[in-house]
Design a protein around this ligand. Sequence first.
Ligand code: PGA
Length: 244
Amino acid sequence: MIIVGNFKEYLSRFEDVDNVARVVGRIKTKHEIILAPSFAHLGIIASRKGIKHIAAQDISIFDAGAHTGEVSGATLQNIGATHVIVGHSERREQGEDDHIVATKIQQALRSNLKVILCIGERERDPHGGYLAFLSEQITSALGGVSEKDYKNILIAYEPIWAIGKNADSAITGESLEETVLYIRKILKERVDEKAFAHIKILYGGSVSAINIANLVVPHIEGFLVGRASTHPDSLKELLNALDS
Ligand code: PGA
C-alpha cells in the first residue's frame, strides 16, 4: 500500500514535523510512505535519513520568473521532492479550476515529479450526478497526459464530504469499492491497456487506525491521510491497523 501523509497546514513547529519524519525514517514496513509537509519544511525533511518519498502539497503553474510566492516544479525537484499533490479540494476551494489543475500536472511531469491527483465530489445526489462530476474532473485533468506518463500518476479519490471528519464519516468499504470501479471504467475508456495497468487509485477522507482496514477494498492501492498522519503515534497505529 501507498500511504501519503498530508500535513496540510497542521504543523507549524519544525520539531513536530521532524518527529513524524524520524518515525517514517526508522520504521520497518512494506508500505510506501510519502510525506507531504509544507513547502517550508520540504527540503530539510527530504534530506532526513530513511526518507525516500516526499511530496509537495502544491506546485506553480509557471516554469520560473516574476511570480511572487510560487514554487516551481524545478525547485521542488531540486530540493528533493519526488511527488506533488495536485488539485486537492482545499486548493480547489481557493479558486483552482480544472484548467489550473491540468496545467499543474504538466508542470509536475515536466519536472520528473509524480502526481497525486485529487478528485472528489462535494456531496452525493440520489440520482448519481456526482459520477458525471468525477468523470469530468478526471477527463479535464488528464486530457493532456500522454500514455507513457500514466505510470507517474496516482489518483486520490477524496470525497469532500468525508474529509476532516471522524472515522464514522468516512466512506463505507462497499461504497468505496463501487466508486473505484466507476473511476476505473472512466479511465479504461480513455487510455490504452498498458497505461491503464499503471494507474493506481488511493482513497482519502478521515482515514485513521479505526477505519483503514475496512477501506482496503479491491483496486485501492493506498491512502491519502490528513490529520492521522500528523502525529507519530497516530501514524504508527494506522500502519499497525493496516497490517493487522
Ligand atoms: P483527513 O484529510 O484525513 O484529515 O480527512 C485527508 C485529505 O484531505 O487529504
